[in-house]
Design a protein around this ligand. Structure first.
Ligand SMILES: NC(=O)c1ccc[n+]([C@@H]2O[C@H](COP(=O)([O-])OP(=O)(O)OC[C@H]3O[C@@H](n4cnc5c(N)ncnc54)[C@H](OP(=O)(O)O)[C@@H]3O)[C@@H](O)[C@H]2O)c1
Length: 235
């Protein structure tokens, strides 16, 4: 996708975590196509290219890595953060290990906290800013084998909502994006497999992120819940 002159995000600078593939890369492509400058991070960014984006190594579970990434984002004039990096482990409760717990909670919850904390003073100084958290449709419901993953997503939802309450005093706008099944590499799967043909595409989720980021300055999009039509939904 080529960058548009006069896109709706012209002049905006957005930091995106988990930007190397899947939903995150779709978000980078969508936002840059609308004129934004993007700073994208993931642990392995080798070979990842998108016009209008700079990709930097980032491990959201590591405070030093987060701070280095945040510093580059601040230097670029960041005004929005998309917390998208995430992992999933799906097992019955009796099989969940401490290592599983730390991997999922550290990436999905601690990562969101560290990354957000690193940029909040900058947004406070600006008197504006946006934080968009990609959680999941299962941030408010659970299922068998979903204990650990959904615990992390419920927690991310709680962080999102508390941050919205804290941030409105200084003009921070906070949005939760809650996708159902998306065709990505999530859970060590491959993108483009036949069984995922009717699932959401990263570009669909990116459209929801764009909706939140392009809302007029007096509008806060609190939450977007989206599913592929083929997904049976238990609200
Ligand atoms: N796919 C779905 O059906 C679905 C549905 C609802 C919500 N989600 C959520 O959407 C988000 C993105 O998932 P996805 O489906 O796009 O998965 P994906 O294709 O596996 O991509 C995950 C991205 O996160 C990065 N990442 C993982 N651990 C990281 C870390 N510690 N620090 C920095 N980056 C890290 C990965 O790069 P590296 O491994 O190189 O770091 C990659 O860029 C996740 O939060 C997930 O929970 C997914």
């Amino acid at each position: 996708m080529n960058r548009k002159d006069g896109g709706v995000l012209q002049g905006r600078v957005v930091a995106v975590t988990g930007a190397s593939k899947g939903i995150g890369l779709g978000v980078v492509q969508k936002l840059t196509a609308e004129g934004a400058t993007v700073i994208g991070g993931a642990r392995d960014v080798s070979g990842v290219v998108c016009e209008g984006a700079t990709f930097l190594p980032l491990d959201v579970t590591d405070a030093a890595s987060v701070d280095a990434f945040a510093e580059q984002a601040r230097r670029a004039g960041v005004d929005a953060l998309v917390n998208n990096a995430g992992v999933g482990v799906f097992k019955p409760v009796q099989d969940i290990t401490e290592a599983d717990y730390r991997r999922v909670m550290d990436t999905n919850v601690l990562g969101t906290l560290l990354m957000t904390r690193a940029l909040l003073p900058h947004f406070q100084a600006l008197g504006r800013g946006q934080v968009v958290n990609v959680t999941s449709d299962v941030s408010a419901r659970t299922f068998a084998t979903g204990a650990l993953y959904t615990a992390s997503k419920y927690a991310q939802r709680a962080v999102t909502q508390a941050l919205a309450s804290e941030g409105h005093a200084y003009g921070l706008r906070v949005t939760e994006i809650r996708p159902g099944m998306v065709d990505t590499f999530f859970g060590d799967t491959q993108q483009g497999e036949e069984y995922k043909a009717e699932w959401l595409k990263p570009d669909d989720v990116a459209g929801a992120v764009l909706y939140a980021l392009s809302a007029p300055a007096h509008v806060r999009i609190d939450e977007v819940l989206l599913h592929p039509v083929v997904q049976d939904v238990a609200f």
